[in-house]
Design a protein around this ligand. Sequence first.
Ligand code: G1P
Length: 271
Amino acid sequence: MIKQAIVPLAGLGTRLLPLTSVLPKELLPINGKPGLEYILEEGVNAGIKEFIFIISRKKKEIKKYFYNDSFYKKIIKKKNKNKRLMLEFAKIRKYKKKIKFIYQDVPRGTGDAVLKCKNYIRSKYFLLLLPDDLIIKNNCSQSMIRLHTKYKSSVIASKKVKKKDVSRWGIFDLKKFNKNSFFIKDVIEKPSIKNAPSNYAIIGRYILPKEIFKILQNQKPGKNAEIHITDAIKTLINKKEKFLGHIFSGKYLDCGTMAGYINSSIKISKL
Ligand code: G1P
């Protein structure tokens, strides 16, 4: 069973400046609540018991968001046990019990962040959630865990994107086997339009095997001198690890860019 999830949170958030000059992007409100809470909700509802958050010393506010007990206790007393505050505090405390914090002070890429969790993953497979990608209306992690349980394979979320946009994503080479799933033959991190093997993109939900840590340990930096999780996945595919792509049915919101972030709040507020 998949009970642990890794959530990389040490990125600089430059695409969301100037907002991220004072607040980590994952705490920016989307329709009244931090984007990070949507990720936690999805994970908890999919059965995740432990979240490993990778933060940096510059993004300590993320830890503070969950470790502010004395502040809440004081304010709740002062406000005569205000019901809304009590509910919010109870929710945050519940999450806090499920989160472990790990530090990545130099942002060397998603693969490097994942590698920092090597000694904490207990089962054969774990879930990786990228917080820039919100998927609402339908729990993507839950349907991926179902697929994993059925086929005993690694699983990555996918979405068809416009051909002209392929360079924004990791892109799959694939072989379809039913309407919502495919075998992954290869992956390429942010290819040019000319080199893209398809227009099926990697979206930030992965079920990965523990073996990936061994690969990451020896991996050389790739595009933009970063250690990419995509490159480690490519190596695993070459070593014949079975990977399935899951075309999820929820609604995808890209919160990693300013336009996408603004659009997410609008879309969620209309639900
Ligand atoms: C990362 C991955 C990329 C994937 C994307 C999904 O890119 O490297 O393969 O398609 O997440 O959001 P980033 O958004 O960090 O540039």
